[in-house]
Design a protein around this ligand. Structure first.
Ligand SMILES: Nc1ncnc2c1ncn2[C@@H]1O[C@H](COP(=O)(O)OP(=O)(O)OP(=O)(O)O)[C@@H](O)[C@H]1O
Length: 215
């Protein structure tokens, strides 16, 4: 059953973007559907990361529009958080439950937050590593911890930027399974990927070449 208010989670139209004066996106349209796993494929430099950052709202397009029908979690493999910060994996996931904007009466209690965090850690198979320093995780594990942070935050739109290199086959498979599971729960999931199996397993494949959609 799909209880979401709209079929489209993210709707972007006619996106243009330039770094300084170098145009890298030329009029890209993309829709991400609830309950759908979308693979964003294409050669190096095609503009995939830039597109995902615009969809997530961390970059502003030079022209075009983006509508989001839910909260977004952007998952990158090498987050900007300095490695010197003594955060455990559980701390990072718990940060997802801080919502200063919510009225006090609707904020989860400490016990509810603990359950949300535990559920999120289990869904990404990191419960065993919860007490580890976040900085000691591998790239794939960090990616899963950030996915868990989004789950704990109850984000319904997950955008992942997976670099070409760095994940072994087992890690790629785990990530694939988790993303498919979140999509099966009704989330909108989009993943930049060079992994043929991820592309084959996605419900929708979007392909960018030189800043334009070819699929
Ligand atoms: N911060 C930046 N400043 C200037 N140019 C940039 C910047 N980031 C990316 N670019 C350029 O914009 C273009 C698109 O880059 P982007 O990272 O979006 O592509 P991509 O498809 O994600 O590539 P990859 O598969 O290699 O990650 C490339 O030509 C890149 O060199």
């Amino acid at each position: 059953m799909n209880a979401e208010p709209a079929e489209t989670a993210v709707r972007a139209r006619n996106l243009h973007f330039s770094y300084d004066d170098v145009p890298v996106l030329h009029g890209v349209d993309i829709d991400l559907g609830w309950g759908t796993l979308t693979a964003i494929a294409g050669p190096n430099g095609a503009g995939k990361s830039t597109l995902v950052e615009i969809l997530a709202g961390v970059r502003t397009p030079g022209a075009g529009s983006v509508e989001r029908a839910g909260q977004v979690a952007l998952v990158v493999q090498r987050p900007a958080a300095p490695d010197a910060l003594p955060l455990t994996v559980r701390d990072v996931v718990t940060m997802g439950t801080w919502n200063a904007r919510a009225p006090r009466a609707t904020r989860p209690t400490r016990a509810q937050r603990r359950l949300q965090v535990q559920d999120a850690l289990e869904r990404v198979q990191l419960a065993d590593l919860a007490a580890r320093p976040f900085s000691a995780l591998s790239g794939g594990q960090r990616q899963r911890a950030l996915l868990a942070q989004g789950i704990a935050r109850q984000a319904r739109i997950f955008l992942l930027d997976e670099p070409a290199a760095g994940l072994d086959a087992d890690s790629r498979e785990r990530t694939r399974e988790m993303l498919a599971a979140e999509a099966a729960r009704g989330a909108a999931v989009a993943c930049v990927t060079h992994d043929e199996e991820s592309i084959a397993g996605a419900g929708v494949v979007v392909r960018l070449e030189r800043g334009a959609r070819v699929l």
